[in-house]
Write a protein that binds this ligand. Sequence first.
Ligand SMILES: NC(=O)C[C@H](N)C(=O)O
Length: 487
Amino acid sequence: MTYFDQDLTSLHADLVAKKLTAVDLAKTTFVNMKQVDPELGAFLALNEDAALKRAAEIDAKGIDPDNVLAGIPVAVKDNIVTKGLTTTAASKMLEHFVPVYDATVVEKLYASDAVIVGKNNMDEFAMGGSTENSALKLTHNPWDVSRVPGGSSGGSAVAVASGQVPVAFGSDTGGSIRQPAAFNGVVGMKPTYGRVSRWGLIAFASSLDQIGPLTRTVKDNAAALNVIAGYDQHDGTASKRAVPDFTAGLDGDIKGMKIGLPKEYMDEGIDPKVRAVIKDAVKKFEELGATVEEVSLPHSRYGVSAYYIIASSEASSNLQRFDGIRYGFRAEDVKNLEDVYVRSRSEGFGDEVKRRIMLGTFSLSAGYYDAYFHKAGQVRTLIIDDFKRVFDKYDMIMGPVTPTPAFKIGDEISDPITMYMNDVLTIPVNLAGLPGMSVPAGFADGLPVGLQLIGKRFDESTLYKAGYAFEQATDFHNQTPKVGGAN
Ligand SMILES: NC(=O)C[C@H](N)C(=O)O
């Protein structure tokens, strides 16, 4: 059995009606994972004993009908710390690291009686767009196992797409939730910066990182964001703003909604097959009563360059803590303190992480700071202003998530610039701190294509409403991949 014929809402209804127990669900989940995952590699660690114990406790106290995640198996990306359960960030540096506390998101999941069944593979320290940068294993796309699942939250997207769990939680710094969601045909939300606490998320680029849910349907996604959103005193950038119920008003109509379609998101750089899918989506929105007009985000083309300066600079600082002394990997047979630092970091980090640390250290160094880091900050402001101008007139922006569908494993890994360009359409959203969501919008040669919906700050609700209307009018979310799913 997989969950493919059941979304979160119907699983929850079965649990409340006692047609199913949390223990049944957890047991089935592990049986299924052990059958499906060896071919896909979505999980780095299973949490079987603790999950079954937890499920039994939840059954004993009863399923709370108001709590949609109660008794539901969920998966968490391996850069979100889980007390007592290894959290590796897919790095040799943290391969055996067992955290002593839970991330705020994990605490909230426990408080809502969710059952954490395992930790998902990812690009090392969330740096990458294919999950090939994991130091620990390769993850395959369930629609075509010769292809990448995207990244860096590749394991989380595959876990959902292949029906192993109905909900997984990833993180997105430049596209890491939306791009793998698009490549795997699932819904992925990168919330507004500040909407979800980053406490306990292993920091990559702190001014960009956000945790968000990946699910099969828009409604499930809204329900999952309800659980993890909100203020947290441990994260100075977590917003105190009230969190609305994201599932409320989902089925309101979208007549009169004004949507901008950036011309830069539909130019020659985008695969014609992807463009064709997005054009069909535009028609669908028009049929639903929205108006879609061409707009311009002229500085978005500089987003990738600015991102690789800003994100790498922040990473070079954040990753200083991995010094071979405090925690994590330490090289053997070291001669002196200098040797501990140099060899532990040289042997513990993979190539992409080292590339970014060097890039970041360079752009922050005296003499280069103005030319690089400062300039990148100015570009960021221009990108923020582009979005502001469009949002003066429009309720939402839409376009593709990625320029192409999932590529072959091995095709881009030796060409960092090509790999970085995967996020050309997602990065500006992180730089501006806006919410962005990927919704299944069709197929190109049998591979899923994602539609990106971008909203005003803290206006995830509009994205969910629009995404839900689109989903109800289409059937893409009901298609299942070759591996896992209904097969
Ligand atoms: N972390 C992300 O959001 C993905 C982006 N591809 C990066 O490598 O930085």
